[in-house]
Write a protein that binds this ligand. Sequence first.
Ligand code: FES
Length: 316
Amino acid sequence: MNGERDLRIVRRTTAAQGVVLLDLERPDGDGLPMWTPGAHVDVLLPDGLGERQYSLCGDPAERVRWRIGVLREAAGRGGSAWLHDRSEGDVLRVRGPRNHFAFQPRPGREYLFVAGGIGITPISAMVQAADRAGVAWRLVYAGRSRGTMALLDELVGRHGDRVQVFAGDEGRRADVQALLDAAPDAVVYCCGPSRLIEAVQQAGAGRGSGHLHLERFEARQLEAPVWTEPFEVELLLSGTTVTVPPDRSILEVVEEQGVLALASCRVGTCGTCETPIVDGVIDHRDSVLSPEEQDDDFAMMICVSRAACPRIVLEL
Ligand code: FES
């Protein structure tokens, strides 16, 4: 259900210290759904380990094989370690793909890609698409050391000095403000740790609408909610109304009522719980939607976002 399928690991390669690339195919060899750069899949893990999101980082034109890059997170909850211990031939349960970080190269546009660490995975697919489309682009790739930076040799080997490398152990730190100032007309796509995302967000604050696209893989720091009282949520499709107290999420309350709501990360980073808004003012607190998308009030992530008024209506 919900686009879930079993996929076999047909190739497992070490891409950098602590990073493996897993190539996945259907056991019957049939084609996989199409995807676009920036898309990710959910990998469903056994033994109560939950789910994890991984960006697709292969070639979108490849129809029978997907590739994900997995960083072993020493301080993680065990999911990435479990995936690292898989071998070729093992089968993973995978849902998706979905894309909240979509990239579509447009003729005449200029692009600046900024990747930090494992954030290179969605960006590498964008680089490939930009290059194929013949648009102007540059990549800034930052990491702790070259040995920890997945796909580095491949990117530098193929694209030369279009790729600017900042390895921390070489004493090179990216001056994000200067890098963005040097490309004032570029559309910026950035994926990486919070510190990098925040630096790019700050440096790119004056850019026009649609010129700054960020993907966080860590939840952003949540501020106090706008509306601090309980609020009502009318669930249009379920024909019921629930009351959400200040200390609970909409997702928790609707699940308790037996309403089917998809969810994965539960911290506002994956987009699985995206729910269309019918009416009401929303306090968007997710790390998925762009500021423009949040202003549109078309959909919300019900695991973290809340009402900013006494009553909202959702298509759920
Ligand atoms: Fe991941 Fe809500 S469950 S954004």
